[in-house]
Design a protein around this ligand. Structure first.
Ligand SMILES: [Fe+2]
Ligand SMILES: [Fe+2]
Length: 280
């Protein structure tokens, strides 16, 4: 069983800055003949506010001709506690319309592969509690299968005990609950995206993979403090046979190494200041 993980494609019909990386990625996926593609989010430039971005990229994903699953990124459904784009039922409904559920299970060989929505974590939305209950149930239901998780945001950067890393990893409170599950069920793999960096390491017997983006790199000026991992684009190839899982972060020929730093004012402009003329 071959699975390909892709991440952070940041596609939009209106903002085509990274669109030239889709054809080489799609062509490479077809050559690899995977059984399943998993997209770990930031599928769109701004699906959180622009439904057309979700519609467009949903069509591109279905055009791969390979079965796929996806978990949303912050640019697809907003974020927990975000002032401008909070994750909420309306944004989740739009995601589900174009990409299906934001949490799912795939039983593959002797593995249970679980995808879930990292943007709900710490949101206090009713869907967060529903997802917590669902995760407990599907973990219990794994029986003697090994377990692999896919989510957008990494659980931590350097250590499960670290404090709040802000934008970059899961907040300490929801993280501690998840780490407890990782330990109790000896989770084999935790795979994520979001950081636009490639990283592959073991921690307490769990294999952590940060999938590289296929859209763009983030320059050091926009990533402070510097994060672990390698600044490269690509994808991840998984081979699952029985109870063994092999993972390899790979380059994808033909991807242009765009840098968000060069176009951020156009792609993610800062919110306009609203000036109230009646204010003194
Ligand atoms: Fe991203
Ligand atoms: Fe992200």
């Amino acid at each position: 069983m071959r699975i390909i993980q892709i991440s952070d494609t940041h596609l939009s019909p209106g903002k085509v800055h990274f669109a030239d990386n889709w054809p080489p990625l799609a062509g490479w996926i077809a050559e690899q003949r995977p059984d399943l593609v998993i997209h770990t989010g930031d599928v769109t430039v701004d699906g959180a506010d622009v439904e057309e971005d979700l519609r467009h990229t949903g069509k591109l994903m279905r055009g791969l001709g390979v079965r796929f699953r996806a978990v949303p990124g912050n640019h697809d459904v907003g974020d927990a506690g975000d002032r401008r784009q909070p994750v909420n039922d309306e944004r989740l409904r739009r995601w589900r319309t174009h990409f299906g559920p934001d949490r799912w299970v795939e039983d593959v060989e002797d593995f249970r592969v679980i995808g879930f929505d990292a943007l709900l974590l710490g949101s206090g939305e009713p869907e967060e509690a529903a997802q917590d209950d669902w995760l407990d149930a599907v973990m219990d239901g794994a029986a003697d299968r090994r377990i692999a998780w896919f989510l957008h945001r990494p659980l931590f950067l350097d250590s499960p005990d670290e404090g709040d890393t802000g934008y970059w990893s899961v907040k300490p409170r929801p993280r501690s609950r998840l780490i407890e599950l990782v330990r109790r069920f000896s989770v084999a793999l935790v795979a994520s995206g979001h950081l636009h960096k490639a990283h592959d390491f073991l921690h307490d017997g769990t294999h952590y993979i940060w999938a590289p983006a296929s859209a763009f790199l983030v320059g050091p000026g926009m990533m402070a403090p510097p994060l672990p991992g390698e600044n490269r684009l690509g994808a991840v190839l998984y081979e699952i046979h029985g109870r063994t899982l092999e993972a390899e972060i790979v380059a994808v020929p033909g991807l242009s190494p765009h840098r968000i730093d060069d176009v951020v004012e156009e792609v993610y402009p800062p919110p306009q200041q609203v000036i109230d003329p009646s204010a003194a």
